[in-house]
Design a binder for this molecule. Structure first.
Ligand code: AMP
Length: 216
């Protein structure tokens, strides 16, 4: 049976870090819509040019562009056994589109860990976050520092601070999350797949809670 896991939670709750851990443990692809957009911006594609306008303001990229991009990602064969989705869906329209796409594989969203963290922690987490240039691996100056400052432990590429992790944009992203993405909490609760996980704990502890939610 394929296993599709959607990580839900506000920006800064730790979705990306936990998605990397889960993808490795389950041997499933980690699909981060934000990473795919950033990749497109780096390569200066048409999609990247359009996405950048919204991302730089901390707003959501329109649903039609986002869904088309994910549809293309799901057309690759590595997704047939399942996937860890990080940052998609972010609106009920995207969630409906995901349901349709997975039906095509005979799959469904199996579990939605909803990673929570107190609002005051989110800004600190995002503002201290450093991301690897090559593959988007995530570090934090306090909570998960790299062994060598400014260098990714995993692939040795330079670390950079995302433009949208700067303080003013972060606050706007949290507001956008509340108005547009938070409705997905009820959407998935009603489908009986939501599992609330306290994200305000050390990375390994959160990962252990996630693993027990996934295997119970
Ligand atoms: P993330 O890396 O998940 O924090 O995403 C960074 C930015 O990419 C977001 O603030 C949005 O501008 C855009 N983005 C990522 N995923 C989506 C999505 N599913 N829908 C719309 N915009 C998205």
């Amino acid at each position: 049976m394929p296993t599709y896991i959607v990580l839900l939670g506000p920006p800064g709750a730790g979705k990306g870090t936990q998605a990397e851990i889960l993808a490795e443990r389950f041997g499933l692809p980690h699909i981060s819509s934000g990473d795919i957009f950033r990749e497109n911006i780096k390569k200066d594609t048409e999609l990247g040019k359009q996405a950048q306008i919204f991302m730089s303001r901390g707003e959501l990229v329109p649903d039609d562009l986002t869904v088309a991009m994910i549809r293309e990602r799901f057309s690759r064969s590595d997704c047939v056994r399942g996937a860890i989705l990080d940052g998609f869906p972010r609106t009920p329209t995207q969630a409906d589109a995901l349901e349709e796409m997975l039906k095509g594989f005979g799959g469904r969203v199996d579990l939605v860990p909803f990673i929570t963290a107190p609002p005051e922690a989110l800004v600190e987490r995002l503002a201290g976050r450093w991301t690897c240039r090559a593959h988007g691996h995530i570090f934090h100056v306090r909570f998960n520092p790299p062994k060598d400052q400014g260098i990714c432990d995993i692939d040795g590429s330079p670390l950079f601070q995302r433009d949208d992790d700067k303080a003013e944009t972060v606050i706007h992203r949290i507001e956008i999350y509340r108005s547009q993405t938070a409705p997905l909490i009820d959407y998935y609760r009603q489908r009986g797949v939501l599992a609330e996980i306290d994200g305000f704990a050390p990375i390994e502890e959160v990962a252990a809670h996630l693993m027990s939610a996934l295997t119970s």
